[in-house]
Design a protein around this ligand. Sequence first.
Ligand SMILES: N[C@@H](CCC(=O)N[C@@H](CS)C(=O)NCC(=O)O)C(=O)O
Length: 90
Amino acid sequence: MPVKLHHCTLTFARVPGHPCAGVRKALDEAGIAYEIVKHPLLGRSRRVALQELTGQHLLPAIELEDGTVYREESKDMIARIQAGKLHDPR
Ligand SMILES: N[C@@H](CCC(=O)N[C@@H](CS)C(=O)NCC(=O)O)C(=O)O
């Protein structure tokens, strides 16, 4: 089962500097399989599922195969993925 990349609705926006797109690119480059779970871009009150899952309202977040959820600043998420440490204990 692949990891789940919790992503905003702008899945077409592979723009440098876009937090969700940056983490997605890092997963692609690392060869890590993922499925995308889309959440509303705007309206924090509409992100009930994300809030329940991660305890906060920002994207992206990664749900690992064991159900644990990983969310940091996207630049730190990218660095961790690039270092091959996504699945290391935190
Ligand atoms: N500094 C954060 C920014 C994350 C961020 O703004 N993500 C967007 C989606 S790409 C978001 O959740 N926007 C909705 C909001 O700010 O409420 C990071 O790099 O992780």
